[in-house]
Design a protein around this ligand. Structure first.
Ligand code: HEC
Ligand code: HEC
Length: 384
């Protein structure tokens, strides 16, 4: 079975490949499923999978973060990360050469964008709000509805999405594979200049896994020796308080009650789970239910991280809230009631009862999660 295939060999071996691919497709796809290598619909899985050769790269994470789960078949290498960065910022990945991944995931917006819904290469709106790319090495599912199980799988989508980049893997593989600079970079990262969708997505996944944010004023005070301001400190306490008027709810603490879903041990600020946080009573976007088919999941979305949240407005899967104040006012109202409203939205109908000062303090705390070093890190900026 022919698996070793470089674009540099394309002209001479194209006919053999077509025949070989069609004969061995069933075997290949099985193999790919077994190993986390997912074949896109166009079947562009062309290169030998066992040639990774780059210099091993040790991810630098703070001591208080858990261990990230790096897939065994896509270890980080310096050359792979560098290649991933070039691909991430390459506009030739979109059909009309106008947008790169970085157009909808740019640094000053903590690698999301500033639109309610992102604008694709022809100016069309994506279905949902762009997601911040922060600490994804720890993510256990991807997209607002968790449709993709791995980052590698997620990254197969944007290039062929007709609104986002509207390209085809066949053409992208050819464009990248005939670029002399990339041929060298693929050789350095993977051991041969062969290009396919697997190598492209694997390199981008390596790059994205290095995007770690953990140097905010919150980190430097909670885990270091700096001090939060009085307002930030009070906001943190409200974030961690159970909520509820003690006169009405036994054990109530009058607070924001945010930590159940966004606590994430005060490291990742997400529980990696799906909830209906009461945005609607009737759903125009079914969210998680689109993936698992369960009526109990209607209106559930992935809990987003709150790291750098001050930079990623507008908010929610549909970008409906322009400011953090609007977000907190939503929670303060108790949320809209529906059959799937999360039990952790405990103050439905009555609201949290936060004062204006409480809201100001919660916002101050959320703003203390902004990591300037992360968004200005030269390692993540456009190299082209
Ligand atoms: C036109 C804008 C646009 C482009 C271009 C784009 N994205 Fe996205 N990205 C989005 C939107 C919108 C979502 C959320 C989609 C959803 O959940 O349905 C998203 C989601 C993601 C996620 C999931 C994050 C998470 O926490 O689950 C990753 C990773 C990602 N994009 C990386 C990329 C990469 C890499 C590229 C380039 C190959 C890219 N994106 C191109 C708009 C875009
Ligand atoms: C029941 C779980 C739950 C609770 C409790 C909760 N959230 Fe959320 N939060 C979510 C989910 C799920 C989303 C995404 C919802 C969507 O887009 O449909 C979200 C979205 C957000 C966003 C927007 C993030 C973005 O990237 O757009 C912010 C900000 C936020 N929450 C802050 C808070 C604060 C502050 C509190 C406490 C006052 C809180 N949340 C309480 C689950 C929760």
């Amino acid at each position: 079975m022919i698996r070793i295939w470089g674009t540099y060999q394309m002209s001479t071996r194209f006919a053999i490949l077509v025949v070989a691919m069609s004969l061995t497709w069933a075997a290949c796809s099985k193999e790919n499923n077994d190993s986390n290598r997912l074949a896109p619909s166009s079947g562009k899985v062309l290169c030998d999978s066992d040639q990774e050769t780059g210099t091993p790269y040790q991810l630098e994470k703070p001591f208080y973060f858990p261990e990230p789960a790096i897939p065994a078949d896509n270890p980080l290498t310096e050359e792979g990360i560098q290649l991933g960065k070039y691909l991430f910022w390459d506009k030739r990945l979109s059909r009309n050469n106008t947008i790169s991944c970085g157009s909808c995931h740019f640094p000053s917006a903590t690698f999301s964008d500033d639109k309610r819904k992102s604008l694709g290469l022809y100016g069309g709106q994506t279905r949902r709000n762009s997601m911040a790319l922060v600490n994804l090495a720890w993510n256990t599912s991807f997209f607002w509805d968790g449709k993709a199980r791995t980052l590698e799988e997620q990254l197969l989508e944007p290039i062929e999405d007709p609104i986002e980049m509207d390209h085809s893997w066949r053409e992208v593989v050819e464009i990248v594979g005939t670029d002399v600079q990339y041929q060298k970079m693929f050789s350095d990262a993977f051991g041969s200049p062969c290009v396919d969708s697997v190598r492209i997505t694997y390199a981008m996944a390596q790059f994205i896994r290095t995007m770690i944010s953990a140097n905010s004023p919150f980190d430097r005070s909670f885990y270091g020796s700096e001090m939060l301001t009085q307002s930030e400190q009070r906001g943190l306490e409200l974030f961690l308080a159970e909520g509820g008027d003690p006169n009405v709810f036994p054990g109530g603490q009058r607070g924001g009650d945010c930590f159940h879903c966004h606590g994430g041990s005060l490291t990742l600020f997400t529980d990696q789970s799906f909830h209906n946080n009461g945005l609607d009573s009737i759903f125009t976007d079914l969210g998680r239910a689109e993936v698992n088919g369960s009526p109990l999941s209607e209106g559930q979305f992935k809990t987003p991280t709150l790291r750098n949240i001050a930079l990623s407005a507008p908010y929610m899967h549909d970008g409906r809230f322009a400011t953090l104040r609007e977000v907190i006012e939503h929670y303060n109202s108790g949320g809209h009631i529906s059959l799937t409203l999360d039990p952790l939205m405990k103050f439905q109908g009555v609201g949290l009862g936060l004062s204006d000062q409480d809201i100001d303090d919660l916002i101050a705390f959320l703003e203390s999660l902004t990591d300037e070093e992360f968004v200005n890190n030269p390692d993540f900026q456009d190299p082209h």
